[in-house]
Write a protein that binds this ligand. Structure first.
Ligand SMILES: Cc1cc2nc3c(=O)[nH]c(=O)nc-3n(C[C@H](O)[C@H](O)[C@H](O)COP(=O)(O)O)c2cc1C
Length: 173
């Protein structure tokens, strides 16, 4: 087994392979900015604390969403369910910009908040409060403004470069 060191391209490739082994829940980050709506699939999403209630998301600075991120506007983290693979594919680069909202039941009725996926497993509305730029990405930390729990359905997960379902229970001996 080859061991690669910091600063080599091989190390980044090894890390990519290691990251593919993680099972990650898929989220779509949405925002309004300058009269435009944005949606981007993201797995680099995490809780930060409950005091204050806060979460983070890592966004590539080359993404279209980054313009909204830079403005510090409110974000919605829409947690996808097993029925939402096509939405994830669209928002992960399969479709462009506004076309992404043609797939799925998006609620834009409230102009004061980002688009909300009507049947998401959960939606967390974030007010960004701080950030850290690291390499290609911006880590955005936001305080939670509100939480919606629209629908109960199985989660959509991403692992080994493909979408996978998660069994409801782990079998026990
Ligand atoms: C399952 C999945 C997870 C992703 N996670 C992230 C992420 O956490 N952060 C990120 O910046 N891009 C992530 N991406 C990549 C972006 O969704 C993708 O590059 C998207 O096309 C960027 O939007 P844009 O084309 O409007 O710039 C992910 C893509 C997929 C399919």
């Amino acid at each position: 087994m080859a061991i690669h060191s910091a600063g080599t391209a091989d190390l980044a490739e090894d890390l990519r392979a290691a990251l593919r082994t993680l099972v990650r829940t898929v989220t779509v980050v949405t925002a309004w900015h300058n009269g435009r709506r944005f949606a981007m699939a993201a797995t680099a999403v995490s809780e930060v604390s409950l005091d204050p209630p806060s979460m983070l998301v890592c966004v590539n600075r080359s993404s279209n969403l980054y313009a909204a991120i830079e403005s510090g506007c409110q974000l919605a983290l829409n947690v996808l369910g097993s029925e939402h693979e096509a939405i994830s594919r669209a928002c992960g680069g399969g479709m462009r910009n506004d076309d992404r909202f043609t797939i799925g039941d998006w609620d834009h009725s409230d102009a004061d908040r980002p688009p909300i996926l009507a049947d998401a497993r959960a939606v967390v509305l974030l007010d960004p409060v701080s950030h850290l730029d690291h390499g290609s990405h911006r880590i955005v930390v936001g305080n939670v403004r509100s939480v919606l729990l629209p629908a109960r359905q199985a989660p959509l997960a991403y692992c080994d470069g493909r979408y996978v379902g998660i069994a409801d229970r782990v079998a026990t001996m």
